[in-house]
Design a protein around this ligand. Structure first.
Ligand SMILES: *[C@@H]1O[C@H](CO)[C@@H](O)[C@H](O)[C@H]1NC(C)=O
Ligand SMILES: *[C@@H]1O[C@H](CO)[C@@H](O)[C@H](O)[C@H]1NC(C)=O
Length: 192
């Protein structure tokens, strides 16, 4: 049998041509414009949340545990390189036995060589009232020796979808013997 001269073999050029035609169509498919009402988003609200954060490092049931350190951490005045994992209770009053409204779950790490500055990366997970099951994410610097520290709220989930705002933290009590701390939090957050 004679070989046809008109056999179509796709060359690199024709493949590229097909790709260049189809790519704009594909890129439109993964992104569409939505109206806020379609996602059930009504008017944006501004909420203020107030609670006490209990950082318990001592005793049999600590809620803050060091998980890593550097070889120089022990020699550093700021504990540079120390990484602590927390699951700290958040309560309505400074008393650790008072009603729990949520937990602060995440990490704080000593990220500053010259003065005490913690990198906070944590979720405020609420368990009370309408915010039960909703969470806010905090990512920021905590100069723990300052009287008031401000940290950004970078997002949230549940009722806090699209959240943004800031948290202000003030040390309410610090036990120099044990290292346990009670910190008052005021959170100001925009959400829907
Ligand atoms: C730092 O000090 C603690 C307690 O004194 C000790 O358990 C730990 O092994 C030391 N770490 C280093 C890296 O030297
Ligand atoms: C919060 O939600 C969880 C899971 O839905 C539920 O088990 C719990 O009872 C709720 N807590 C409160 C205080 O409503």
């Amino acid at each position: 049998m004679a070989k046809s001269n008109f056999n179509f073999t796709p060359t690199i050029f024709t493949l590229l041509l097909i790709l260049s035609i189809s790519t704009p169509l594909n890129s439109q498919e993964f992104s569409t414009k939505l109206s806020k009402s379609k996602l059930g988003l009504k008017k944006e609200k501004l909420s203020h949340l107030h609670f006490y954060f209990h950082d318990i490092v001592s005793g049999k049931n600590p809620t803050a545990v060091q998980v890593a350190e550097a070889s120089i951490t022990n020699k550093s005045q700021t504990g540079f390189g120390s990484v602590v994992m927390i699951d700290d209770p958040l309560t309505v009053s400074p008393d650790v036995g008072s009603k729990i409204v949520g937990r602060a779950q995440g990490i704080y790490a000593s990220a500053s060589i010259h003065d005490l500055g913690l990198l906070m990366a944590m979720n405020l997970v609420f368990v009370e009232g309408k915010y039960n099951g909703s969470a806010l994410s905090v990512l920021g610097r905590n100069a723990a020796m300052d009287s008031v520290r401000e940290m950004p709220i970078v997002g949230g989930s549940g009722l806090f979808r699209f959240a943004r705002g800031y948290a202000q933290a003030k040390t309410h009590a610090f036990d120099y013997k044990t290292g346990d701390a009670v910190v008052e939090y005021d959170v100001y957050v925009f959400h829907y």
